[in-house]
Design a protein around this ligand. Structure first.
Ligand code: ADP
Length: 485
């Protein structure tokens, strides 16, 4: 089967689409229907090493291009991506399950990283440093770090790639890319865009296939100087440990456990509708989406009632159909995790205020669906309060004071995103300065933007994506000390 021009060879090395060196293929499944969409090439270590060689060979020419030239390729890719927005969104929904409107939004967001870094390519500056010695001139020159290995997840299969490719290519790096095995087709669609934009061969290489074996090859290859990874904390830690031998640079966007704090001085309607969007978009499979909501005691009942009303109205189904607001989970593993978290909460005394089950099959929902769920009667020992559920389940707890809210919010080893609803500017400042998170939304739950530095602290990762800071991940600042006669 073909999907919008994508054929079955999904590995792209040195400008050529190939099958896996070992000849293996695997199926891509539609999580909404459980249908086999098509097969993709299941590469391994051999393909991974060939890709690094191609990227290494392409590096001198690519890094020697002027910033303006590199910017031109990115700008063209941005334009093509927006021209193909609908096709790419359909591919995304078909393999990932999110509603088509969300997929269109993701393609636009992905394209915005290409546009922003097309512009930023022209503004990678070094600096002159005033020397304490009259006979010397000190300065820094920015240079691309070299071959970059990008490993990306299935929850945002397009934008997570674009926000790595944008700055990497702008900085003059060449790239080997491995998308998640659940969503290889979005990556193929994106790489085809760059191919059409005329990117020189070897600058961007795609290896779909076996994570452990491709990952191992890239960890071992000396020429891979940076691994940029978005995914689970567990795999992030593995990459970090295994990078030690070659002292590779790592940029890691890992898991999160985002709290939402709703204070009694909040605009409650806004807090309810934004909490709903934060929690249930992408069926709760977003690293920055709300994992726990804390509501001040005096407004708790009112907030829960309003949220539950809205949750019960969410229209679940195949994301390709009109009006669908929530799709299936990505796979059976994800479904089992959600079910086990809800069961654990029930065992420990939680009440189900909405959802809490799988929809009936008679509704033609064959895929990995789970009904949007609200849990109350929550205690801190429950798994939903400690681990990422990564599904459409939201536990709500009440708090009495600001101090208690902050303490509860920080009660995690993660530090990616957190959210605060308040109309009191003094409170907003007090709280944001004490929250141990890399990203904080104040009366906002959509903080990601191409122009802003996105990244976690604590066990949520290191490094930034987006903004000027995002570019610097891919740049080596070389320091020059020049003696004058
Ligand atoms: P999730 O649990 O959300 O699927 P993962 O961290 O397993 O998150 O996946 C994120 C990305 O990391 C995917 O592209 C996946 O294939 C890749 N991955 C998984 N295991 C490894 C590994 N051992 N080495 C390198 N990449 C890996």
């Amino acid at each position: 089967m073909k999907i919008n021009g994508i054929k079955e060879n999904t590995i792209f090395i040195d400008g050529v689409w190939r099958e896996a060196a070992g000849g293996k293929t695997e199926a891509v499944l539609n999580p909404a229907t459980l249908e086999h969409i098509m097969s993709f090439s299941y590469g391994d270590e051999k393909d991974a090493r060939l890709a690094v060689q191609a990227a290494k060979d392409a590096l001198p020419l690519w890094s020697a291009k002027t910033a303006r030239e590199r910017s031109g390729y990115l700008y063209r890719a941005y334009q093509l991506m927006m021209e193909r927005q609908e096709d790419l969104a359909v591919i995304l929904t078909t393999e990932q399950g999110k509603p088509l409107a969300e997929s269109r939004g993701e393609i636009a967001s992905a394209a915005s990283y290409l546009l922003w870094y097309a512009e930023e390519a022209n503004r990678i500056y070094g600096e002159m440093i005033p020397s304490s010695n009259k006979g010397k001139r000190l300065f820094t020159i920015p240079q691309p770090i070299g071959v970059v290995a990008a490993i990306t997840p299935w929850n945002f299969p397009s934008s997570m790639i674009a926000r790595k490719l944008g700055p990497a290519l702008a900085a003059g790096c060449t790239v080997v890319l491995k998308p998640a095995e659940q969503t290889p087709l979005s990556a193929v669609g994106l790489v085809k865009i760059f191919e059409e934009a005329g990117l020189p061969k070897g600058v961007l290489n795609l290896v779909t296939g076996d994570p452990a074996s491709i990952g191992k090859a890239w960890l071992e290859e000396q020429d891979v100087r940076l691994i940029t990874f978005t995914g689970s904390t567990e795999v992030g830690k593995h990459l970090m440990r295994s990078s030690a031998d070659n002292v590779k640079k790592l940029s890691l966007e890992l898991g999160g456990h985002a709290p939402i704090l709703v204070f009694e001085d909040a605009d409650i309607d806004q807090a309810v509708s934004l909490s709903l969007m934060s929690k249930f978009r992408n069926a709760g499979q977003t690293c920055i989406c709300a994992n726990r909501i804390y509501v001040q005691e005096s407004i708790y009942n009112h907030f829960v009632k309003k949220l539950v009303e809205k949750v019960k109205q969410l229209k679940m189904g195949n994301g390709l159909e009109t009006g669908i607001e929530i799709g299936p989970l990505i796979d059976n593993h994800a479904l089992e995790k959600v079910q086990s978290h809800v069961q654990d909460a029930i065992n420990k005394g939680a009440s189900i205020t909405a959802g809490g089950n799988r929809p009936s099959l008679s509704k033609n929902l064959k895929g990995f669906y789970y009904t949007p769920t609200v849990l109350t009667g929550i205690t801190d020992e429950m798994l939903v309060m400690k681990e990422e559920t990564f599904g459409p389940v939201v536990p709500i707890q009440s708090f009495t004071s600001e101090e208690e809210a902050i303490e509860k919010a920080n009660l995690t080893s993660y530090g990616l995103a957190s959210y605060v609803f308040t109309e009191n500017i003094n409170r907003a400042w007090r709280v944001m300065e004490q929250l141990e998170y890399g990203i904080i939304g104040i009366n906002d739950v959509f903080p990601a933007a191409a122009e802003a530095p996105f990244g976690g602290i604590k066990q949520s990762g290191q490094g930034k994506e987006g903004g000027r800071e995002g570019m610097m991940e891919y740049v080596e600042m070389k320091y020059i000390s020049m003696g004058l006669k």
